[in-house]
Design a protein around this ligand. Sequence first.
Ligand code: ADE
Ligand code: ZN
Length: 337
Amino acid sequence: MTDFISRLPKAELHVHIEGTLEPEMMLDLAKRNGHELPFGSLKEVEAAYRFTDLQSFLDIYYQGAAVLRTPEDFYLLMSAYLDRAAADGVRHAEIFFDPQTHTERGIGFEVFMEGLRAGIADARSRHGLSAELILCFLRHLSGADAVKTIHEAEPHLQGVVAVGLDSSERDRPPELFERAYDIARGLGLRAVAHAGEEGPPEYVVGALDILGVERIDHGDNSLQDPDLVERLARDSIPLTVCPLSRVALRGVDTLEDHPLPTMIEHGLNISLHSDDPPYFGGYVAANYAGVQDSLGITDVELAQLARNSVMSSFLDDSRKEGLVTEIDAVVEAEISA
Ligand code: ADE
Ligand code: ZN
């Protein structure tokens, strides 16, 4: 990985905190909490990380998340993630969390919110970065469950900037979650959603028109619909693209086959992100390095993707401007070196 990539200021807009659980921490927390895992060693965990599609990954991801029990566990998870993010040049992060994965196991909002918030506060003083949370509804559960979750969340929204939608996409159209999104908007939250990862382009349209989202997470399958591509480009709708995730979940065979160059040619508003980094083989800088090595994306193009990440964030205009100026300075220094 080049020094330029890790020095480039970035916003990480698509990372699941439960998906940042490194195998070592998974085994440690399982032991500490007396939780039985289906894997006994690092080797067995790594062998399980051979996915055939989104569902085969989610099955392992939810098993892993079950080791998280106490505020301290969530604090350790967030702290470890933000240390890695800072080393990759992340200056601002908007981080997904899946409350239903924990409330279903009897772990309440007060437990995970305390740990996640403390991890963010400490990383802010250690690294000078900022981070906010995005509360995701699990789309394999019902719309009524999502409504219940947003009501339960209401007293715990400090540090939460938006709602999102994740988990299994097939046959789970966005309109199932319209009511939960309406309630969230009424509480002052912004909105994003995973769409077009395994689902059809119509789910991207539904996320925009029915849920009113401001960013599409993944969105790769939009390329199947030329009218949608034209709309996304015209309205500069951000797509948070995750190249290593796409390969790991078999959306494409190799990074060389990733359609990022086509997305850029169509003028789409794309930024690069990591999704579930230890599961998919790398944090955000590894995604930048991967597309550079495999697709020949230039430093100038990488810098534009980093600017897009900042401009697509929920930061205020003056912070966005400050970070873009810092990106320009890193590019300038690289050119004149
Ligand atoms: N939850 C964690 N990672 C996810 C992904 N890539 N798609 C949908 N839900 C997820
Ligand atoms: Zn995701």
